[in-house]
Design a protein around this ligand. Structure first.
Ligand code: ADP
Length: 314
């Protein structure tokens, strides 16, 4: 077991940002904390890295209790905070030497530690550039190199691809996957594709609680048999859209229905249905009985995105 979290709780004032969560992470797993902004992902990560202390509960990193020996825990962990604080006026290699010394790496080992992370993070061509001159993707690599300099067993990355362009995102995700082959790795994201692309397992967090835990595939199979419907209805001046939504919601077999978008001629609705329910005929009759025109009615299996929305809607 690499990380064990038991009944962890953190309050800011009277608000519980993390509310009695428990989970375990095995060595070598890449786990994604997925949740909307404000769900409690960063707070959980900060407690695991010992930057924050919990109000209740226990955290063990590689068997060490964070409250008993936070320094020993920090030695086991590499942490890339969301803000990725870097010294922009320093060049890459000087900064990494500095980070190595701060981390207490023995003088005789500093050179090889720096060379090692430069190679692992693909920074060979950037070593003498000032960090301020680097692209955001390369700055992120420097942040990762800094987090890994003391060869930690556990890497914790808070929103590692936030603010990157699509090409940089692909590169950083590949790097994360490669790093995850040797380390326990936790990353946080509010982007579903991120966990699908990089993680073995996902913990979905909402309002400070874990609402789902499993592989992306197992989560999807839990909801197998459930369908969603994209319904497009021609706009009508004399129809109130909210009232129409209420009418749709009254159909038996619908679990959730929401308005999605409109264009110049139509309204689009997204409906998720109960397991085994086929509401298409009744939906058709209902819309026709309201003297409205259906422009599209498209049914498909629940995707991971639907599951995420369902679990994190407040
Ligand atoms: P996430 O990382 O999932 O976006 P956070 O852990 O940053 O979520 O925040 C969880 C909740 O705690 C949010 O409601 C946020 O506003 C609140 N919060 C976070 N940091 C602080 C702080 N330093 N002081 C007060 N409230 C905070």
């Amino acid at each position: 077991m690499s990380i064990k979290v038991e009944n962890l709780t953190k309050y800011y004032g009277t608000q519980a940002a993390v509310n009695n969560i428990s989970f375990e992470i095995n060595k070598g797993e890449i786990v994604g904390f997925l949740g909307p902004n404000g769900a409690g992902k960063s707070t959980t990560m900060k407690m695991i890295t010992t930057f924050l202390t919990q109000n209740d509960g226990k955290i063990f990193v590689e068997g060490i209790d964070t409250e008993v020996d936070s320094l020993a825990v920090r030695k086991k962990i590499g942490y890339l905070p969301e803000t990725n604080p870097l010294y922009l006026d320093m060049n890459v290699v000087d900064y990494l030497y500095y980070a190595a010394e701060l981390d207490g790496i023995q003088k005789s080992n500093v050179k090889s530690a720096v060379e090692n992370v430069i190679e692992k993070c693909g920074l060979q061509d950037m070593t003498h550039k000032n960090i301020g001159q680097l692209s955001k993707g390369y700055k992120q690599r420097v942040g990762l190199a800094q987090a890994m300099i003391n060869e930690p067993d556990v890497l914790i990355l808070d929103e590692p691809t936030s603010g990157l362009d699509p090409n940089q995102i692909i590169e950083i995700r590949k790097l994360i996957r490669d790093l995850g082959k040797q380390k326990t790795l936790i990353l946080s994201t509010h982007i579903l594709q991120e966990v699908q692309a990089t993680c073995d397992r996902v913990l979905i967090i909402n309002n400070g609680e874990i609402v789902a835990d499993g592989t992306p595939e197992s989560l999807q199979s839990q909801f197998k048999g459930q369908v969603v419907i994209e319904l497009t209805v021609k706009k009508d001046q004399s129809t109130n859209r909210e009232k129409l939504l209420q009418e749709i919601r009254s159909i038996k077999g619908i679990e959730q229905a929401r308005f999605e978008m409109e264009d110049s001629i139509s309204w689009k609705f997204h409906l998720s249905c109960k397991k085994g329910a086929d509401i298409r005929e009744e939906l058709f009759r209902k819309i026709v009985s309201l003297n409205l025109v259906i422009l599209g009615l498209y049914q498909e299996e629940t995707s991971l995105e639907d599951i995420f929305r369902k679990l994190t809607q407040n």
